[in-house]
Ligand binder design. Structure first.
Ligand code: SF4
Ligand code: SF4
Length: 222
């Protein structure tokens, strides 16, 4: 999932301040799972903003709505009336969702309420970890399904670097060494021999380094 964190109330208050009527638009998928922008977070944020503005003697109208996914037009359409009734949309989706809403409502102000952080997983209750940086050419098959591009601090494709201590990365002793995990996993799978050959340099043209990317599925174009 895409992991994000809600911006501080102070920052959100500052960006919505110029608008008398604000729609807080939640997203019911990734940001809901990481407690940044689902229905509950929309309700809590709306109450906090109402209180904060009331304390300042400022009148502001806040409407709440959550759609299933802000990155899909099919769901964004459900917000047409609410967007029309308000002066701005404070989107609690990831950066893709915010931009999809802005594209759909080209004459409306759309503001981000979440800092989009990474593609990750819920490792345990309250802990989200980064697992993938979307390099565009997945090589997890080589590495026992542990991504060195994302999880090794030095992005080593031929590791380890030799600095890890007790399975932890030399850059951060609270983070597992990706290469320790790769070796443990390949050992368990009986595939450690696959590391005997050098991994060639990665072609980064498929990554964001080559500019914004597109995925075209001709079979889905109508
Ligand atoms: S190899 Fe690339 S696509 Fe695969 S998990 Fe790592 S960053 Fe993501
Ligand atoms: S200690 Fe492990 S994860 Fe850290 S930089 Fe070295 S090989 Fe990568």
């Amino acid at each position: 999932m895409i992991v994000g964190e809600q911006k501080s109330i102070a920052e959100i208050k500052e960006i919505v301040k110029p608008f008398p009527k604000v729609l807080i638009l939640g997203c019911g998928t990734c940001v809901k799972t990481c407690f940044a922008g689902g229905e509950d977070e929309v309700a809590v944020l709306a109450s906090a903003l109402r209180l904060a503005f009331k304390k300042d003697g400022v009148t502001i109208k806040i409407e709440e709505l959550t759609v299933e996914r802000q990155c899909e037009d099919e769901f964004v359409c459900e917000a047409v009336d609410a967007v029309g009734r308000n002066d701005t949309v404070l989107s609690l989706a990831c950066g893709a969702g915010v931009q999809a809403v802005a594209r759909r409502f080209s004459r409306s102000s759309v503001l981000p309420g979440v800092n989009t952080t990474f593609i990750g997983t819920l490792e345990k209750q309250g802990l989200f970890t980064e697992e993938c940086t979307g390099c565009g050419h997945c090589e997890l098959a080589r590495f026992g399904a542990v991504c060195p591009v994302t999880r090794c601090a030095k992005k080593l494709l031929n590791g380890p670097c030799g600095g890890s201590q007790a399975g932890k990365c030399e850059i951060d002793p609270h983070t597992d060494c990706a290469w320790h995990l790769i070796i443990e996993r390949l050992t368990a799978l009986g595939q450690l021999d696959s590391l005997r050959s050098l991994v060639p340099p990665k072609n980064w043209r498929t990554s964001i380094a080559g500019g914004p990317r597109k995925l075209v599925r001709e079979d889905h174009i109508i």
